[in-house]
Design a protein around this ligand. Structure first.
Ligand SMILES: O=C(O)CCC(=O)C(=O)O
Ligand SMILES: [Fe+2]
Length: 377
């Protein structure tokens, strides 16, 4: 789309008219397939109205603490296979997953060159000419590869200032040819490496619950993987919107690689804490499903990304381990091994259909399944 047309999308949407048709404006944005990168590139100095978040979500945009001040734990995985050292790492991971729901890992085995080229490739994809990139634009999440902006665009109360490309990696193996050439080799390499990190972390998390390290594998948890390459372009009114609205991740574990532009904040003790990006580190967090199966031992913590007010784009490469594509008939709930008279189940069991419909029927920021299935005595 020509830049002038993109600018008119912005102007139309923020003219303050009382006849403003929000849904129509959203649809036009969606159909233009330009993403927020297209809006940003138009040079407009305002954002469309449907990107404006309520004041209540914007009042505390500045984090009160940074991870360097009081630590989101940094865990060294280098001696994971040393039997004498492993219990210490298990304890660290367990504590972090319980207290913070987030931790960072170093010496995770992914070469720096792979980290760098993954981020570069995600950036290069998003910076392709509109007409090339828009061929990948899709709204339905039906597997394979898709580029889009705001997966909950039509459901959320306010859109967020980011675009992403996603690729299902498993259980249906990714057809590499479906990936845009500009990031094909890099996404495949990243997938190869991050799979090992996620699986190793899940083994440790399993041990932290006193379970066999293969327990999550047995439950087929590592099998379902989704790659997401996010792009947060410059936002001309970064104090009026968010890069990604506050949410919890629905799956088991998320492994995230950010570039050097700040933005990710997590909720801790009622405050927003920034995770300062440090090259070489990967960020791991607990998702809803893990909070549930662990019977609340581990915490799926709210997080968000503030809108990017800097000219340098924020880029992240993420792999979600186990979201919502289970085997037919699967029912999940707190693992029986973790339920006892002293520690009764705090969640009821639920089905795949319930999990799916909860995810697809709501905006990212609304009530998660965790709250819905909580047993209230
Ligand atoms: O890009 C980031 O740093 C966070 C993204 C995120 O939380 C998500 O996609 O679920
Ligand atoms: Fe997330």
């Amino acid at each position: 789309m020509a830049t002038a047309a993109a600018a008119s999308l912005v102007a139309d949407a923020s003219n303050g008219s009382t006849t403003y048709d929000r849904m129509k404006a959203i649809k036009e944005f969606d159909e233009a397939k330009i993403g927020v990168k297209g809006l940003s590139d138009s040079g407009a100095d305002t954002i469309p109205e449907y990107f404006r978040h309520p004041q209540s979500s914007l009042s505390d945009l500045k984090p009160v603490r940074t991870s360097t001040a009081k630590g989101i734990p940094v865990i060294d995985l280098s001696s994971l296979n040393d039997l004498a050292q492993r219990p210490k790492i298990v304890q660290q991971v367990k504590d972090a997953a319980k207290t913070w729901g987030f931790f960072q890992v170093v010496n995770h085995g992914v070469p720096t060159s792979v980290l760098d080229s993954t981020l570069e490739a995600v950036k290069n994809f998003h910076e392709l000419p509109q007409e090339v990139k828009s061929k990948y634009y899709k709204r339905q999440e039906l597997g394979g590869v898709a580029y889009t902006s705001n997966n909950d665009l039509y459901r959320s109360s306010a859109a967020s200032w980011h675009d992403y490309i996603q690729a299902w990696l498993s259980p249906v193996p990714l057809n590499e040819e479906d990936l845009p050439e500009v990031c094909r080799k890099e996404v495949v390499a990243w997938n190869g490496h991050v799979k090992g990190v996620g699986e190793a972390v899940m083994e440790v998390l399993s041990e932290g619950l006193g379970l066999d390290k293969g327990k999550f594998k047995e439950l087929s948890f590592p099998d379902i993987r989704l790659f997401v390459g996010s792009y947060y372009p410059y936002c001309p009114q970064s104090d009026l919107t968010l890069g990604l609205t506050s949410h919890t991740d629905p799956g088991v574990v998320t492994v995230l690689l950010p570039n050097e532009v700040k933005g990710l904040q997590i909720r801790h003790d009622g405050e927003w804490v920034e995770i300062e990006p440090v090259p070489g580190r990967l960020i791991v967090n607990v998702g809803d499903l893990l909070q549930i199966v662990s019977n609340g031992e581990y915490s799926s913590v709210e997080h968000r990304v503030v809108a990017n007010g800097s000219k340098e784009p924020r880029v992240s490469a993420i792999v979600f381990f186990n979201l919502y594509r289970w085997r037919e008939g699967d029912v999940y709930g707190p693992l029986p091994e973790l339920v006892s008279a002293e520690r009764p189940a705090i969640y009821r069991d639920f089905t795949k259909e319930e999990f799916n419909s909860n995810f697809y029927s709501k905006g990212l920021d609304s009530k998660s399944l965790v709250d819905k299935i909580k047993i209230v005595n």
